[in-house]
Design a protein around this ligand. Structure first.
Ligand code: NI
Length: 177
């Protein structure tokens, strides 16, 4: 596996519409493996293929494990792979704090559905379908947008609802990518 370079907002590739994956070759599995390694190195919740310059409809989401005060695991890490995804249901609406690995150093307020159902394929072409709430729903919507060349900057509630964060490592919310 290889850690790939994440491109940032000034790169016009992030504004392109990505293409459907039609052949599930080993190259697709390699892409997904590289994306997980890249996401882990960058420390985010999700990554879409166009963020590493690959204009294919592929994204991953990795929700970190949760621990109680004593350090016991409440919920394990959850990893999702979506190829050719389609959001088939959206419910609720809420303002959420959001960031993006392609827009480093910023957070903004966007309005997202609080619950979504998404379907698509995994890296082997098998059909998958997931329901997500809260952070998972937000991540599905954010990463899906990348496949259409949309950044969260386009969805800001207001032009001034974006701010600079001093130190990425100190930030506890909105660590969505
Ligand atoms: Ni992003």
């Amino acid at each position: 596996m290889t850690v790939r370079t994440i491109i940032t907002a000034e790169n016009s590739l992030l504004r392109e519409r990505s293409k459907k994956v039609t052949r599930f070759t080993p190259a697709v599995r390699q892409l997904v493996a590289d994306m997980f390694e890249t996401l882990e190195a960058a420390g985010g919740v999700g990554l879409a293929a166009p963020q590493i310059g690959v204009l294919q409809r592929v994204f991953i989401v990795s929700i970190p494990a949760d621990y109680d005060e004593d350090g016991n695991e409440i919920s394990p890490q959850e990893d999702y792979v979506l190829v050719n995804p389609e959001i088939i249901r959206r419910e609720g609406e809420e303002e959420m704090v959001e960031g993006c690995l392609s827009v480093p150093g910023y957070r903004g307020l966007v309005r997202r559905a609080t619950s979504v159902v998404i379907k698509g394929q995994d890296e082997d072409g098998r059909a998958v379908r997931y329901s997500g709430d809260a952070l998972l729903a937000q991540a599905f919507q954010h990463e899906y947008d990348h496949l259409d060349g949309v950044l969260y900057l386009d969805r800001l509630e207001d032009r001034d609802k974006i701010w600079v964060i001093e130190d990425e490592s100190d930030d506890e919310e909105g660590d969505l990518e």
